[in-house]
Design a protein around this ligand. Sequence first.
Ligand code: DAH
Length: 364
Amino acid sequence: MDDLKAKYLGQIAGAADEAALEDIRLAAVGKKGEVALKMRELGRMTPEERQTVGPALNALKDEINSAIAAKKAALGDAALDERLRSEWLDVTLPTRATRQGTIHPVSQVTEEVTAIFAELGFSVAEGPRIDTDWYNFDALNIPGHHPARAEMDTFYMARAEGDDRPPHVLRTHTSPVQIRTMEAEGAPLRIICPGGVYRADYDQTHTPMFHQIEGLAIDRDIHLGHLKWTLETFLKAFFERDDIVLRLRPSYFPFTEPSVEVDVGYSNEGGRRVVGGHGDAEGHAWMELLGSGMVNPRVIAAAGLDPNEWQGFAFGCGIDRLAMLKYGMNDLRAFFDGDARWLSHYGFSPFDQPTLSGGVGARA
Ligand code: DAH
């Protein structure tokens, strides 16, 4: 028995890994192992012999099992030590250079405008870019003979052969979102709707796809004064200057009554238009910036609200145009060419989030 013990404890101490330990375990205390074979011999012994040999065999079995468990734990510790020695990371090494993308000026300005209007209590609404001619035209009181509806200006989607329902259109402005949101949410309402719009135009300041932001405030007592204050407050925050002067000019839009075109004073500095100052002042002029007005009662009715109870203001403004003015870009076509050189020059850092407190303008 002492020989058995010496043999197996020796083997266990020398085992190189867990697989070797398992082999030793099977040979020693497994079902067909040497200790089990010895147990079987107990039957042939005298009762006296059995009384001493039996407990001794059990003790031997326990001793071998616990030696194996201890060795297993030791092997595990050694393996961990080895990994800790060989696998390490020098966190002080400089990182590999990666190319960092930039935020497109349209996205940047959309975020800036959204941040300002959010502060004024407006939420963001969206609508489809492919819309019905009801939402894009009729509900907005744009009659069938209006020039905007002519084939030359509007992109119409083709219907299947034999389907003579009116075709869908690529929305020509963000105004249909006014109708959709009034229908879905009722009143009172304060929303802005940024998004892409489409018109058949192409030159330095027009592309077939461009971006607008629509504003709509509906309540029981909204008047033109609210519109003027809201636009002034917005433009001061957006251009980050207090000397923004607006000129409201009577105009005509089918979806507003009265309608006002809003001009802003600017000066020419080094060939660049800089917004600010009174348009009639020395070295200054007026520039048309956006369309607006009091929502036409017909539009409110078309959206399912009672125009005797609800009224409000609306405006629509080009996002790309705001971006060009604020950040000094002069060719709109380059916005949508997808030239990575243009983007890395005019794009904005993704870490520079516009906030009112930090200044909505991106740091150059
Ligand atoms: N939808 C007009 C356009 O695309 C812009 C506009 C003008 C929107 C007046 C309005 C508004 O909401 O009140 O030219």
